[in-house]
Design a protein around this ligand. Structure first.
Ligand SMILES: NC(=O)c1ccc[n+]([C@@H]2O[C@H](COP(=O)([O-])OP(=O)(O)OC[C@H]3O[C@@H](n4cnc5c(N)ncnc54)[C@H](OP(=O)(O)O)[C@@H]3O)[C@@H](O)[C@H]2O)c1
Length: 307
């Protein structure tokens, strides 16, 4: 199976930029699709297509000739006043793109989902799952990836925590009956799977849970990030139930760090016992969060620059 020309949505995002570069390095011809095209890594894109995929447009005519769609578009926060909802972005965009790509004769489809999609508790999870189902019932040769929280150069989560720690010098960790466990996976490990799946027919029709080699309680996760922040930072216990109530009230205020949905998913934990399968099938070496972050102690290990 050769899929040399690929249509990459979400190419301006964190995963998309890294994936475009990895694909380019492997000799793929990458059509980079995004609204904010100035954020796409131009050197890796053989073509850049500006598209809001919520509506049909000229982007549809750029699909013929591609061997595969790599569909990364996703949001973690809704903005209903702008018509940006989980249903629109996760489900309806996927449906529209599936129909257009089928019409254009594309055969292969790699779908970016998220670990926990099958829990279907939050709207984020439910719509990620609905999008998976649309892909599964399509005529494409599909592969679905469900990553846990992704870390690495320029990642949003540890970057935000590091900035908040440096600014406030006090940071809450949540207590209570919930799990609050993470299993972070390195961005290189994530993009390697996408690239390798394009040339591996055995991955067709499969869902991969993509998580790193360590299950880390949130408090330890914060301790590990804290080591990379110069100066003292105090970690304070804070009841998870209170945080949930506060977040319900204040989530729409600018600067509030998370939505109610994000807190619920953090409290659930984001781990999988099946993480090794991904690394075995794709023959990828897992990157440890602890080891990676320990190289960053004192500030920067030189690997925090966004592509
Ligand atoms: N980062 C993680 O830890 C993580 C973990 C699990 C799963 N995921 C999934 O991985 C995918 C990529 O995540 P990310 O971290 O790279 O997110 P990101 O940086 O926010 O990127 C999201 C991408 O989606 C595009 N997009 C959003 N709405 C669009 C629209 N209406 N039309 C066209 N493009 C649109 C954005 O492009 P423009 O803004 O330019 O339009 C951007 O390129 C998402 O599906 C996410 O759910 C991420």
């Amino acid at each position: 199976m050769v899929n040399r020309k690929v249509f990459l949505t979400g190419a301006s995002g964190y995963v998309g930029r890294n994936l475009a570069i990895a694909l380019h390095r492997e000799g793929y011809e990458v059509t980079c699709v995004a609204r904010r095209i100035e954020r796409c890594p131009k050197r890796a894109c053989s073509k850049v297509v500006q598209a809001d995929l919520r509506t049909p447009g000229p982007w549809v005519d750029t699909l013929p000739g591609h061997d595969a769609v790599l569909h990364l578009v996703g949001i973690i926060r809704e903005d209903p006043r702008q018509g940006i909802t989980f249903q629109t972005v996760h489900v309806e965009i996927t449906e529209r793109l599936l129909a257009a790509a089928e019409q254009a004769g594309v055969r292969r489809w790699l779908q970016m989902s998220a670990l926990g999609a099958d829990r279907e508790v939050t709207q984020y999870q439910k719509t990620k799952k609905r999008a998976e189902e649309r892909v599964q019932s399509s005529p494409f040769s599909w592969t679905i990836f469900r990553p846990s929280v992704i870390f690495g150069r320029g990642d949003v989560l540890t970057g935000m925590i590091r900035r908040m720690m440096a600014w406030t010098r006090v940071f809450p960790y949540f207590t209570g009956p919930d799990s609050f466990e993470l299993q972070p996976v390195h961005i290189d490990n994530v993009v390697q799977g996408f690239v390798k799946a394009l040339s591996n027919p055995e991955t067709v029709g499969q869902i991969f849970e993509v998580a790193g080699p360590e299950v880390i309680p949130y408090r330890d996760f914060l301790r590990i990030v804290r080591q990379t922040v110069p100066g003292p930072v105090l970690l304070m216990p804070f009841p998870g139930a209170w945080m949930l109530r506060l977040t319900r009230v204040f989530q729409h205020l600018p600067g509030w760090p998370m939505t109610e949905e994000q807190f619920i998913m953090l409290a659930q934990g984001n781990t999988t016992p099946h993480w090794q399968r991904y690394f075995e099938v794709f023959q990828i070496e897992p990157i440890s969060f602890r080891a990676y972050m320990s190289k960053s102690v004192g500030g920067n290990n030189g690997d925090h620059t966004d592509p």
